[in-house]
Design a protein. Structure first.
Length: 202
C-alpha cells in the first residue's frame, strides 16, 4: 500500500481549516492510501499578525466571560478533531527526515490558501522534498490576484518540481492571473478542483 503525506494548514482557531485537512486525509485513505499529515505550523507574516491584532481588538471590546468560554470550547473541539483523525510525520531533524522520506511515496499539498503569496512559505511548495519523491498539489488556493516581484523566482523554481497540479480557483487554471502566467512560462499543466471538504460530502 502506498503512503502519502499531506502538507497543509490544519491547526487554527477555525473549523474550516481543520476540516479541509481532515477531509483530504480521509479522502486519500478512502482511495486505499496510508495518509499522514506533516507536523508543521505555518509561519506568520506581517499581514497575518495585523489580522490577529484586529481580532484581538474586537475581542476586548466584547464581554469577556461568554466570549472566552466560547473560544475555549472551540479550540478544544478543533484539537480533539485533530487528535482523533490525523497521524503525523515530521522532518524537523535529519533523522526525522530520513525516516519520513523512507516511508512516504508521495507528498500532497492543498487545499487551503497554502499558495497565497501573502502567506508565502516554501514548505508549502514542498521545497524540502527530494527530487525522487512525487509531489502533487490538490486544490491549492492562490488567494490573491497579484504576485510580488520578489517571489516570482521562487514560485517558478518550486512549481517546476511538481508531478501534477490542481488549484482551487478556476482563474488560476485558465484565467488571466499571476499563477497562469507563471505556468505558461515554465510549461506546466493545471486544472481546477473542488476544495477537499467537498470530497467527503458525496
Amino acid at each position: 500500500m502506498k503512503t502519502v503525506c499531506v502538507v497543509t494548514w490544519y491547526k487554527s482557531n477555525n473549523f474550516g481549516t481543520c476540516l479541509q485537512a481532515v477531509a483530504l486525509v480521509k479522502a486519500l485513505e478512502g482511495m486505499g492510501y496510508n495518509a499522514y499529515m506533516l507536523a508543521y505550523g505555518r509561519r506568520y507574516t506581517l499581514k497575518d499578525w495585523e489580522r490577529i491584532l484586529r481580532k484581538l481588538k474586537r475581542k476586548f471590546r466584547t464581554e469577556k466571560g461568554a466570549k472566552s468560554k466560547t473560544n475555549s470550547e472551540k479550540e478544544n473541539n478543533i484539537q480533539r478533531c485533530i487528535d482523533e483523525n490525523l497521524s503525523f510525520v515530521s522532518v524537523k531533524t535529519k533523522e526525522e527526515q530520513r525516516k519520513t522520506f523512507e516511508k512516504i511515496d508521495c507528498f500532497v499539498v492543498g487545499s487551503d490558501q497554502v499558495w497565497n503569496p501573502d502567506h508565502f512559505d516554501e514548505v508549502y511548495l514542498l521545497d524540502f522534498v527530494p527530487e525522487n519523491i512525487r509531489k502533487i498539489s490538490y486544490a491549492s488556493s492562490i488567494g490573491v490576484e497579484q504576485l510580488p516581484e520578489t517571489l516570482k523566482g521562487k514560485y517558478k523554481k518550486y512549481l517546476k518540481r511538481f508531478d501534477s497540479i490542481s488549484v482551487r480557483e478556476a482563474k488560476a487554471a485558465d484565467g488571466n492571473c499571476w499563477f497562469r502566467k507563471i505556468r505558461k512560462r515554465i510549461s506546466i499543466s493545471c486544472e481546477s478542483s473542488s476544495e477537499a471538504k467537498i470530497l467527503i460530502m458525496w
